[in-house]
Design a protein around this ligand. Structure first.
Ligand code: E4P
Ligand code: PEP
Ligand code: MN
Length: 493
């Protein structure tokens, strides 16, 4: 992706866009986009630059990237309970990873804007009617009678993203990330006694580590005044695991932050949220001539999906011009040459081949990138290549297959002298009204069966790991076997 000079946010309009949405009233769309263009940015260039910097640490094996959240957010699920459950799961997951790897974790949520969905088919059959498929809450409604694309939904997406992000920021600033009360890790759902013993030893180690950090924090005379009484957010009052090594990097990354991301699918909206600013650097006073760049201010991180990354298509054209760090989904159909052509900006390659295909595709792709000399971050998405339809007709994924792709991915990177820099997961901490987790993926330590899938199947698109299954992934990744392959280090505290 080169030749930034001849790029403007509208350049994509001369190219063909896959997965386009046909609006019946284009004048209405234009009016909505004018309004979006006038609304304030959701994220700032400073935050985007900060993420760029932190991703260079991931590239240098000094941090690990966790990219996770919903397949599709919905407007209806934008509630206090759901947002805190999602944030809680991301923080719990990253805490286990930090403890297991002794590596800081850069957290990027699929949240506060992850509404639009690319679909395999443009229509679906409902009864004897052929209707437009649901494309996400920012396009049309899930109800079969509400499938006509409505531009007002773009505005609604902006405001739901804003509300979500505002609540995330307030929760983090108010100490929600406090490590003293991680959510229920009772492990009562774990069926296998040996797995339970393994998990219990990890959570005890973690509890000891937290006690230790508390002691260190107090002994060193750190800030003990509460935030409400004017104190700062110190080591103990935020999602900030204080480990001794390498202290500086940890402090810098673990600061109270969750970056937000979504798939950049609806280019009309992405264009309207793209603004030009000088590259900020708060340590340098601004001078005339500071270079200006285009920032997409709707999210810190955006990715191009596997269905929209055509080399000569509109999405790649749009993405090549923005300063945000970007992800590109890499599935079995992309060639090594195409990957290398896409590498000229800060790129995270999110591989999603499927457990049965990764063996033949990943190694050639890694070698081609190595030969090109471009630094990239490799992230494993073990979800999207492993979707299947259960006997009852529900889309699902098997926990075992997810772990199998992740394990193969680690092994193949090791064999190629490369490194897996992160994982990309579809998971949710969402609970139903009685407090039970969703039932969308099979297996895991709770051994969820096909018959149980229908109990609490709540996703709007793809099946997500529930709270317990997500912690299973985190605990498994935190074991010696997986983490030694991740390049993590065990350092006694
Ligand atoms: O999240 C990814 C895609 O949007 C999703 O897998 C497509 O699902 P579909 O095959 O049901 O259209
Ligand atoms: C659409 C998605 O994935 P992919 O493009 O890899 O199918 C997604 O991550 O939700
Ligand atoms: Mn998905």
């Amino acid at each position: 992706m080169t030749d930034e000079e001849h790029w403007v946010p509208t350049s994509w309009r001369s190219k063909k866009a896959a997965q386009t949405v046909e609006y019946p009233d284009m004048a209405h769309l234009a009016k909505v986009l004018d309004k979006v263009r006038a609304l304030p940015p959701l994220v700032t260039p400073s935050e985007i630059e900060r993420l760029r910097h932190q991703l260079t640490l991931v590239q240098r094996n000094e941090a690990f990237l966790l990219h996770a959240g919903d397949c599709a957010e919905s407007f209806e699920a934008c509630t206090q309970e759901n947002i805190s459950a999602k944030l809680g799961l991301i923080l719990s997951f990253s805490l286990i990873l930090i403890w297991g790897a002794r590596l800081p974790v850069v957290r990027v949520g699929r949240i506060a804007g992850q509404y639009a969905k690319p679909r395999s088919s443009a229509t679906e059959k409902v009864g004897d009617r052929e209707i437009m498929i649901f494309r996400g809450d920012n396009v049309n409604g899930i109800h079969p009678d509400d499938r006509t694309p409505d531009p007002e939904r773009l505005l609604s997406a902006y405001f739901h993203s804003t509300a979500t992000l505002n609540h995330i920021r307030s929760l983090l600033i108010s100490g929600f990330g406090s490590l003293h009360h991680p959510r229920d890790w009772s492990l009562s759902h774990v069926r296998s006694p040996s797995l339970k013993a393994e998990y219990a030893s990890i959570s005890e180690g973690l509890a000891d580590a937290l006690d230790f950090t508390r002691t260190i924090g107090l002994e060193s005379g750190r800030e003990v005044q509460s935030y409400e009484r004017g104190g700062g957010r110190g080591v103990l009052g935020e999602a900030d695991l204080y480990t001794r090594y390498p202290y500086v990097v940890h402090r810098e990354i673990l600061h109270n932050m969750l970056y937000i991301s979504h798939e950049g699918l609806l280019l009309d909206y992405e264009e309207a949220m793209t603004r030009r600013y000088p590259i900020p650097d708060s340590t340098v006073s601004r001078e005339l001539g500071t270079p200006e760049k285009y920032y997409n201010t709707s999210a810190h991180f955006l990715w191009v999906g596997d269905r929209t990354r055509q080399m000569d298509g509109a999405h790649i054209e749009y993405f090549r011009g923005i300063r945000n760090p970007i992800g590109i989904k890499v599935g079995p159909s992309i060639t090594s040459d195409q990957i290398v052509t896409l590498l000229d900006c800060q790129v995270t390659l999110i591989t999603r081949y499927g457990a049965d295909k990764i063996g033949s595709h990943l190694a050639p792709h890694v070698r081609a990138v190595q030969a090109s000399g471009h630094p990239v971050i490799w992230v494993c998405d073990p979800m999207h290549g492993n979707t299947l339809v259960s006997s009852s007709g529900l889309k699902t994924r098997h926990f075992g297959t997810i772990i199998s792709e992740l394990t193969s991915c680690l092994r193949i990177h090791g064999e190629c002298n490369s490194r897996l820099g992160g994982v990309s997961l579809e998971f949710t901490g969402e609970l139903n009204e009685e407090g039970y987790s969703v039932t969308e993926c099979l297996g895991g330590s709770m051994e969820l069966s096909e018959e149980q899938l229908g109990l609490r199947y709540q996703t709007f698109c793809d099946p997500r790991l529930n709270f317990e299954q997500s912690l299973d992934v985190a605990f498994l990744e935190a074991t010696d076997v997986l983490y030694s392959e991740l390049g993590g280090k065990r350092v006694d505290m």
